[in-house]
Write a protein that binds this ligand. Structure first.
Ligand code: ADP
Ligand code: MG
Length: 458
């Protein structure tokens, strides 16, 4: 792509971004961003300040991705480099590999990464409250006595509630206390990719052995977001054998998922029953007090001064998950830094978090989602909650179910109630179906992005 095109793409994305974020945020975070080039279907952006990079990477990521995709069929993501690192990027690129070899490179990277757990994801940094104390206790036990007590440990819960954190905490703890143990952590997606790679390559080439070594030659195996292996019979089979091998050898397995094993659809029963054969614990959204404690801990960790009143205010407004809570705190800290103000009045917080907490003065609710889906598919809200089954109505209904789940994270039974009293199994089925379609069909993904954008949740 020509340089000119890169500029045009970014400018077009900026126009869309200006519609979905506040003027203040726009000026703070986007006005100094420079588009550099397209690399591996990613738009490479350059900024001067580290804090600016953090904002783009975390807080604004989804919105930027959506706006880039809207304006290009080819570019589907972005990455941010610091102006001071541009030179390094050049070097990395000139040494970089053609796409076909990418998988291999990733494998090497993930192999190396397995022994390096994120240093901030420790037990010490994990704030314990009613919602997560069981998970915490179970994880601690597993870290102290891997393979002895709860095997497998199956952790489930919604996004941003600390599943990955707790798995890394297990890894950090074992690495520190018993460095001789081999601990492997991988996203289920990586496991899948590694497996596919191992069969794609000639069996004699040694890659098969590499796969076995990687996942069997360990004392502790942790697979994150195991729901990803649904509908992948080959991978399931590989996991089944890996699983049995490790359990028989008294090795520890830790799994995480976004839902209870019994609700995992399209995964073989024999695997599900194995998943649930040890200890299954859930991690729930934190209550207000835990949210305040988390803000307190994170603010303290970054030496950011914020008044109790302000902490309380944020904790009250951001009640979805811990990732968003952290994002909100980052935003406030950045806002204060840029505007040279201190976080000691509610007005400052309101201004800093305008995009997050002031959807027209109130938070988004399920009716907004019903309305957005109805408008998008050209049906009425009553149609969605009713029982008619024309194609448009069914599409709108399924999308509404999925988005209520995706955006509000309500329990299945509650979603059923929002959709005119549907049974929670129907809701679960629909949710899984759209989740799958979303990955397989770009049109569905696009619909989701479009409706989310209309709801200001792009
Ligand atoms: P999940 O894997 O469940 O989607 P993560 O483990 O990625 O969620 O957690 C999201 C963010 O919230 C991380 O930055 C993590 O450190 C933080 N977090 C989650 N739970 C806690 C907790 N109990 N105490 C402190 N930070 C937490
Ligand atoms: Mg995670």
């Amino acid at each position: 792509m020509e340089n000119k095109d890169v500029n045009i793409l970014w400018e077009a994305a900026l126009v869309d971004l200006s519609r979905v974020i506040s003027t203040v945020s726009y000026q703070l975070w986007l006005s100094d961003v420079k588009p550099l080039k397209i690399f591996n279907n990613k738009l490479v952006l350059s900024v001067k300040l580290h804090s600016n990079k953090t904002q783009l990477d975390n807080v604004l990521r989804d919105k930027i991705v959506a706006c880039i995709r809207k304006n290009s069929d080819f570019v589907n993501d972005f990455m941010v480099v610091l102006q001071s690192d541009e030179q390094n990027l050049e070097e990395a690129e000139s040494a970089s590999l053609p796409l076909a070899e990418e998988a291999e490179r990733e494998e090497t990277e993930s192999a190396a990464a397995s022994s390096r757990f994120k240093s901030s994801f420790t037990f010490d940094n994990f704030v314990v409250g009613d919602s997560n104390q069981l998970v915490f206790a179970a994880a601690k036990t597993v870290a102290e006595e891997p393979g002895k007590r709860y095997d497998p440990l199956f952790i489930y819960g919604g996004v941003g509630l600390g599943k990955t954190h707790i798995m890394h905490a297990i890894g950090n703890y074992i690495s520190a206390t018993r460095p001789q143990l081999r601990v492997r952590y991988a996203a289920a997606e990586t496991f899948t990719n590694d497996f596919i790679e191992s069969i794609r390559t000639n069996k004699d080439s040694g890659l098969n052995r590499k796969f076995r070594d990687k996942y069997r030659n360990v004392d502790v195996l942790m697979l994150d977001d195991i729901q990803y292996i649904a509908n992948k019979p080959g991978t399931e089979e590989a996991l089944f054998h890996t699983f049995n091998f490790l359990i028989e050898n008294e090795k520890q397995i830790v799994l995480s998922s976004d839902r209870h094993p019994s609700l995992l659809k399209n995964i073989e029963d024999r695997l599900i029953s194995r998943f649930a054969s040890g200890l299954t614990v859930d991690i729930a959204p934190p209550g207000l007090e835990t949210r305040i404690a988390i803000i307190q801990r994170k603010a303290y960790g970054r030496r950011f001064h914020i008044s109790s009143e302000c902490m309380y205010y944020i904790a009250e407004k951001i009640d979805t998950n811990i990732r968003e809570l952290e994002g909100a705190l980052n935003k406030v800290a950045f806002f204060c830094e840029m505007n040279k103000v201190t976080a000691d009045s509610i007005d400052v917080i309101r201004e800093a978090l305008r995009d997050d907490i002031e959807e027209g003065g109130r938070a988004l609710n399920y009716e907004d989602i019903l309305d957005a889906c109805a408008a998008y598919f050209g049906v009425r809200r009553d149609d969605i909650t009713g029982s008619r089954r024309s194609k448009q109505i069914v599409s709108a209904r399924q999308m509404a179910i999925y988005l209520i789940y995706d955006i509000l994270g309500l329990p299945l039974a509650d979603i059923g109630a929002c959709i005119g009293g549907k049974d929670h199994t129907t809701i679960g089925y629909t949710r899984d179906k759209i989740e799958k379609l979303r990955r397989e069909d770009p049109i569905v993904e696009r619909q989701i992005q479009d409706i989310r954008a209309k709801l200001g949740k792009a």
